[in-house]
Design a protein around this ligand. Structure first.
Ligand code: 13P
Length: 261
C-alpha cells in the first residue's frame, strides 16, 4: 500500500563535529545523494549552532538536497538571554526546521512542558517547521504509564495551536531508554506508540503531522521500524555522524516507502 506522507529522516548531530568536520560530512552526504538520489524521503541535518552557517553555505552552493535544522532555539524574539539564539537569527541562515524539547534539553537544561509550548509557538509563528520531541523515561515505561506521559507532552504543546501553526508540526517519539543505548524499541512497541500518538494528534487536529521514531536507529533496524513500526521517518543521533551509515538509513527508508503500512 502506498502511503501519502513523504518520509522524513533527520540527523541530529548533537554536540559533535566542529565546522570543518561538519562541512566535510555535508560534502560526503552530497556525493552519496548524487550517486543514489532518494525519491520519497526528505533529508534534514541538525548541526550545532556554530556550524549552521558553513553547512547551509555548502548545501546551497553544491545544491545538496538536504535541509538544515537547528537542535534548539530560545522562545524569545531578542534581548538579555546570554548564550541563546533566536528564531529570526536561524531564519536568516535559511534554517528550515527546529527541534523542540529534545529529551536532553528537557532533562539537562530545564526545558519543561511550558517552555516547550512557548517555543513551539515562537517557531511556528515565524513559519519555521517544528519537530516536537516526546518520549518517556524507563521508569515510566516500566510502570505502564508511557501512553499517558506522551499524551501529556503532546497536548500541553499542541492544544490551542492555530491551524496555520499546526501545519508546520512534526513529532518525534524518542523513548529516553532507547537514546544512545543501543536498545532500540521493538517494532511492536513502536507500532503501538505510533497508533497512540496518531490518535492524540487527531484529537488536537494535527492528524497530518509526520511521526518519527528516534533511539538507536541504524541501517539494520530501520526497515522493520518503517514496515512494521509504521513510522513516517527517523530522528537519528549516533548513526548520523557518518555519511555512509546515515545515508544507508535514508536509503532503507526510501526503499520501504511502497511497503509501508
Ligand atoms: P541515538 O540515535 O544516538 O540513539 O540518538 C537518538 C536521538 O536522541 C536523536 O535525537
Amino acid at each position: 500500500m502506498t502511503h501519502h506522507k513523504r518520509l522524513l529522516v533527520i540527523g541530529n548531530w548533537k554536540m559533535n563535529l566542529d565546522y570543518v568536520e561538519a562541512v566535510h560530512l555535508g560534502q560526503q552526504l552530497g556525493v552519496l545523494m548524487k550517486n543514489k538520489p532518494v525519491e520519497h524521503t526528505d533529508v534534514v541535518v541538525a548541526p550545532p549552532f556554530v556550524d549552521l552557517r558553513s553547512v547551509t553555505s555548502i548545501v546551497e552552493s553544491e545544491r545538496i538536497p538536504v535541509e538544515i535544522a537547528s537542535q534548539h532555539v530560545n522562545a524569545n524574539d531578542n534581548g538579555a538571554h546570554t548564550g541563546e539564539i533566536s528564531v529570526s537569527m536561524l531564519k536568516r541562515l535559511n534554517v528550515k526546521w527546529i527541534l523542540i524539547g529534545h529529551s536532553e534539553r528537557r532533562s539537562m537544561y530545564a526545558m519543561n512542558d511550558d517552555v516547550v509550548a512557548t517555543t513551539l509557538r515562537s517557531v511556528t509563528r515565524a513559519g519555521v517547521q517544528a519537530v516536537l520531541c516526546v518520549g518517556e523515561p524507563t521508569e515510566v515505561r516500566h510502570a505502564g504509564e508511557h501512553e499517558a506521559y506522551v499524551t501529556a507532552q503532546l497536548t500541553s504543546a499542541l492544544e490551542g495551536l492555530d491551524e496555520k501553526s499546526r501545519e508546520l508540526v512534526s513529532v518525534a517519539y524518542e523513548p529516553i531508554w532507547a537514546i544512545g543505548t543501543g536498545e532500540t524499541a521493538t517494532s511492536q512497541v513502536v507500532s503501538e506508540m505510533m497508533a497512540h500518538i496518531r490518535s492524540v494528534l487527531e484529537h488536537v487536529s494535527c492528524a497530518h503531522a509526520r511521526v518519527l521514531y528516534g533511539g538507536s536507529v541504524n541501517a539494520d533496524n530501520a526497515s522493520s521500524l518503517v514496515l512494521e513500526g509504521g513510522v513516517d521517518g527517523f530522528l537519528v543521533g549516533g548513526a548520523s555522524l557518518k555519511a555512509e551509515s546515515f545515508m544507508s538509513i535514508v536509503q532503507t527508508c526510501d526503499d520501504c516507502y511502497d511497503g509501508k503500512r
